[in-house]
Design a protein around this ligand. Structure first.
Ligand code: AHR
Length: 504
């Protein structure tokens, strides 16, 4: 018997307008993300700034709107002054988060220049580990104040006349984690985050701030961490962060593909915690969510344990992603879009070489990992409003997640150009799903294309020379008399693009 999922496409099922920053990513001074990733002077494609053009092209093609920088765990030991001024005078430091040598050849000015070339805005993190309010407010002044003050004039003396005008800033990174340099309790972090926020905004009142939430839903301090941190920072920040990584550690693919359900619960709990504190404080303000680290991360764990410390840019966290990883990334993208009313920023962690959709070879080529495709397609086609689908789907039972639907999906609708897109994953590993959609409200639309990412071997990966996991066109989708029909192959990521008919 054919398995069938039913959906409804209706403008009134609008969740929210999508903030484009939901398709953000992340570059940390870690492994080969910066050195040998985005920056490789002497590479055949490097421009005058030392940035690899082949990498920039892949980043631009993914339409990445925002990139978090410079960490991650790295930021909690980082002195931003090490990375500005003449390169020859920049110190080589022992970098304690990842136990490498940091050469500081790239710093805030280089990153701002790279972001501009990539067409993305920076999401800048400040150090609230070894540093504090003083270093943070100086950095805001260095980056955003036009001129005529100590730090802005220092920037100008470094050859950067115009301010970077960085709008959004993270108040530290994963301060709840015992692995963090200068880890803090929620009380300690809440106090310093509040005072740092005040001085940063006194320098530039136009900036927006992200307070550190939990570094995972499984942290013992979750969700009290959020409650306490927000009690201190509620009126001083705009967002609270969430981080999560998943892995298929026991080889149970159906369980692995259900892990986006955990992300869904995490988002709902944090949103509810924000609203609880807002209510307690009698505040009119709503705190939104910045899911500024999310991805699959586990393949490289063992290899990383073998890496000798104190090397420059060693190959750390170089997960090679499979077809099934791309499916979970697809489910996670759908989950973020289903929460577009609260999740305004999200960062696929990370962007190049380090748990990344883009990989490079030193002195050589670059390629797209499997996970590049759902990310790139969502960022390019998922515009306008997110629409809930009121989906009904056959279920499977998972010991961790109970009843899990085979169908995971969301739609996006950009009214003015008349663009309607269904993003869907079929979690069933052996059977196709017949998709039936009530699309009477979009009867004047037609299918433009149905793109499918699938591979018979769920462990298939892409390499520089061999790219077996790439999207392919399917002719299964039709929109006839207000009814959408499509076949979602087993274990597939699907993008069904529809457009308003000309003249309608
Ligand atoms: O993205 C890799 C690391 O994961 C980040 O540095 C840290 O914030 C998280 O634990």
């Amino acid at each position: 018997m054919t398995l069938t999922a039913k959906i409804t496409l209706h403008p009134e099922l609008r969740i929210a307008q999508i903030d484009r920053r939901i398709y953000g990513s992340f570059i940390e001074h870690l492994g080969r993300a910066v050195y040998g990733g985005i920056y490789e002077p002497g590479h055949p494609t490097a421009n005058a700034d030392g940035f690899r053009q082949d990498v920039l092209e892949l980043v631009r093609a993914a339409n990445v709107p925002l990139v978090r920088y410079p960490g991650g765990n790295f930021v909690s030991g980082y002195n931003w002054l090490d990375g500005v001024g003449p390169r020859s005078a920049r110190p080589r430091r022992l970098e304690l988060a990842w136990r490498t040598i940091e050469t500081n050849q790239v710093g805030v000015n280089e990153f701002a220049a790279w972001s501009k070339q990539a067409g993305a805005e920076p999401l800048m993190a400040v150090n609230l580990g070894t540093a504090g309010p003083e270093e943070a407010r100086s950095l805001v002044e260095y980056c955003n104040f036009p001129d005529g003050s100590y730090w802005s004039d220092l920037r100008r003396s470094h050859g950067v006349a115009e301010p970077h005008n960085i709008k959004t800033w993270c108040l530290g990174n994963e301060m709840d984690g015992p692995w963090q340099i200068c880890h803090k309790t929620a009380e300690e972090y809440g106090r310093v985050a509040c005072e740092t926020a005040k001085v940063m905004k006194w320098v530039d009142p136009s900036i927006e701030l992200v307070a550190c939430g939990s570094s995972g839903r499984g942290m013992p301090t979750f969700p009290d961490w959020e409650r306490i941190v927000l009690e201190h920072t509620y009126e001083h920040v705009e967002y609270i962060s969430l981080h999560t990584y998943y892995g298929n550690r026991d080889g149970n693919t159906l369980h692995f593909l259900a892990m986006s359900r955990d992300m869904d619960r995490f988002i709902s709990t944090v949103a509810n915690t924000c609203d609880l504190i807002g209510a307690k404080l009698r505040s009119k303000k709503k705190i939104n969510l910045s899911f500024d680290e999310w991805n699959v991360w586990f393949h490289s764990n063992e290899a990383d344990r073998q890496i000798e410390p104190w090397q420059e840019a060693p190959p750390q966290l170089e997960d090679i992603y499979t077809m099934e990883d791309a499916l979970l990334v697809g489910c996670m993208l759908i989950t973020l879009l289903k929460h577009a009313d609260r999740v305004k920023i999200a960062c696929l962690a990370q962007l190049v070489n380090v748990i990344a959709p883009i990989m490079t070879v030193k002195g050589g080529g670059s390629w797209r990992q499997t996970i590049y495709y759902p990310y790139m397609q969502a960022a390019n086609f998922g515009q306008g409003a997110a629409l809930d689908l009121h989906a009904s789907s056959p279920l499977y039972h998972d010991t961790g997640f109970d009843a899990v639907p085979y169908f995971e999906g969301v739609a996006t609708w950009d009214e003015a150009p008349g663009s309607l897109v269904v993003f869907a994953v079929n979690r069933n590993l052996g059977e196709p799903l017949a998709l039936e959609g009530d699309a009477r409200q979009f009867a004047n639309y037609q299918v433009v294309e149905h793109l499918v990412l699938a591979h018979p071997d769920l462990k298939a990966t892409n390499t520089l020379d061999h790219q077996p996991v790439v999207p392919r066109s399917s002719d299964s989708a039709q929109l006839v008399d207000g009814k959408l029909f499509a076949t979602l192959p087993p274990a597939s990521w699907n993008v069904i693009r529809m457009k308003k008919k000309a003249g309608d």
